[in-house]
Design a protein around this ligand. Structure first.
Ligand SMILES: Cc1ncc(COP(=O)(O)O)c(C=O)c1O
Length: 210
């Protein structure tokens, strides 16, 4: 059963981050169920999902509370657009997120995934300056080695070559600045105690240690 599902998958599904010509050499796992940190295949074999299948790193697989909330919402109102309509879960979540920022976050604009959220943030930033009469402010600064998703806008502010290279001609130009990464500070300012300093916070003896 597993083998046939794997064969059908290789014949019909384009697996992301996978060179499909070589996919058969490391065939995909045929997973039927997930629970917490575990994945189970059709034969009941259990796998420790150390990469959290990328998107379940916070709560694991099949979190009972999240599943119950999703099922309840599906039974009540699976979808309504937020253009011209509103609904309690959207309002309540927006209010709670705003409260977490002490009211600084005035309104929430909901996106369907991380890359879409980055696209929206880029557009909002541009739109803000356009509304203030400065449409020429259209350049973005991003962190070196940062990752923001793989849609074209998000990729333009992403600095991971393996994701970017093939699409580089399509991407808008951005300015990259060094990220606040202690390992880079180590290269710039050799310091044997850097690891200790990074743990303790602001250095007590000198601002630059060495
Ligand atoms: C920091 C960051 N931004 C954006 C994204 C893209 O999110 P999504 O995969 O939901 O599009 C990710 C995904 O891992 C991320 O880690």
């Amino acid at each position: 059963m597993s083998a046939s599902l794997v064969a059908r998958s290789l014949a019909s599904v384009w697996h992301p981050c996978t060179q499909m010509q070589r996919a058969a050499q490391v065939p995909p796992l045929a997973i039927t169920r997930g629970q917490g940190v575990w994945l189970f295949d059709e034969d009941g074999k259990r796998y420790f999902d150390t990469i959290s299948s990328w998107w379940v790193n916070l709560f694991g697989h099949a979190d009972a509370r999240i599943n119950a909330a999703i099922k309840d919402q599906l039974d009540t109102l699976p979808h309504v657009m937020l253009a011209g309509c509103t609904h309690a879960p959207a309002v309540e979540l927006a209010e709670r997120l705003s409260a977490l920022t002490g009211g600084v976050l005035g309104h929430c604009f909901f996106a369907s995934d991380g890359a879409s959220a980055v696209e929206i943030a880029l557009k909002m930033a541009f739109h803000h300056w356009r509304n203030r009469g400065l449409p020429e402010k259209r350049e973005f600064v991003c962190l070196r080695q940062g990752y923001h998703g793989e849609t074209l806008g998000a990729l333009a502010v992403t600095d991971v070559q393996i994701f970017r290279d093939a699409y580089d001609p399509l991407l808008m130009r951005s300015h990259q600045v060094m990220s606040p990464d202690a390992r880079q500070a180590l290269r710039a300012w050799p310091c044997t105690t850097l690891a200790i300093c990074a743990r303790r916070g602001p250095c007590a003896t000198s601002t630059r240690c060495c």
